[in-house]
Design a protein around this ligand. Structure first.
Ligand SMILES: C[S@@+](CC[C@H](N)C(=O)[O-])C[C@H]1O[C@@H](n2cnc3c(N)ncnc32)[C@H](O)[C@@H]1O
Length: 238
């Protein structure tokens, strides 16, 4: 029997209308709908990806829950990825296509990219269907260009640290800080220090019912922000 295909499917950041036609076609045709789940808590991540595909009318696939620990422990992560890959490979060997859904794009800070080499090593084929990234959706809502003319864009986790962020903003027109929730106050202090607070954007839960997108981040000092938030530091125009 022919081995099935593993698809990484980017479902976009939240608005089901941002699911591509290609993603929808592949999702409807795949036998198995695989999704990552944190092994500690039921995170909003997976339920959100599900709600996006459900809202787009996808039903009837065989669900496959894949457990991943919320940890930075490399051994634990590797083991979880191997287990997840094994569960996927088992279905692929039965000739089933597997659609692994991921928020935003599968090639940007996503669990899916770690599974690609493991599944390919087993001799199965893998494809990625791109999705609208959270930062491009945020830039659209704010009508804030990420780059114009010869400007550069840097994408990095907010945890990288203030000095590195400063250096990157020196070299780029925009710095996209992913996973910014816990670091919001530090980022705002830096933006105020560098004089870019007014032109920078805070975006939380873009495309969700409680979406918040704010241009001019100085006024947000002291407020709490959750995991699904980012800051786009943007140099103002002279
Ligand atoms: C593990 S990364 C996933 C990125 C995703 N693959 C993408 O293409 O956007 C998680 C981070 O993405 C950002 N993010 C994802 N969805 C978001 C949304 N709807 N609104 C704002 N930020 C979001 C947040 O910075 C969050 O901490």
């Amino acid at each position: 029997m022919k081995t099935g295909m593993l698809y990484g499917i980017g479902v976009g950041p939240g608005d089901p209308e941002l699911l591509t036609l290609k993603a929808l076609r592949v999702l409807k045709g795949a036998t198995v709908l695989a999704y990552p789940k944190s092994s500690e808590t039921a995170s909003e991540n997976e339920s959100k990806a599900f709600s996006i595909v459900r809202a787009a009318g996808v039903e009837g696939n065989e669900p496959l829950e894949l457990l991943f620990p919320m940890t930075k422990d490399a051994d634990a992560l590797e083991e979880a990825r191997k287990d997840a890959a094994a569960s996927i490979i088992e279905r692929l060997k039965q000739g089933k296509d597997v659609a692994f859904i991921t928020l935003g794009d599968p090639m940007l800070y996503s669990t899916f990219s770690y599974l690609v080499p493991l599944v390919k090593e087993a001799g199965a084929e893998v494809r990625s269907i791109p999705g609208v990234t959270s930062f491009s959706a945020a830039a659209s809502v704010a009508l804030a260009p990420l780059a114009e003319s010869d400007e550069r864009v840097m994408i990095m986790p907010a945890s990288t640290g203030v000095e590195e962020i400063k250096k990157m903003l020196d070299e780029s027109g925009s710095v996209v800080l992913m996973k910014a929730g816990r670091f919001l106050d530090k980022i705002i202090d830096l933006a105020l220090e560098l004089g870019v607070a007014d032109s920078s954007v805070f975006a939380s839960r873009v495309g969700w019912k409680d979406e918040e997108v704010v241009r001019g981040i100085g006024k947000l000092k002291g407020r709490k922000a959750g995991y699904f938030s980012m800051v786009i530091l943007r140099k103002g125009k002279a």
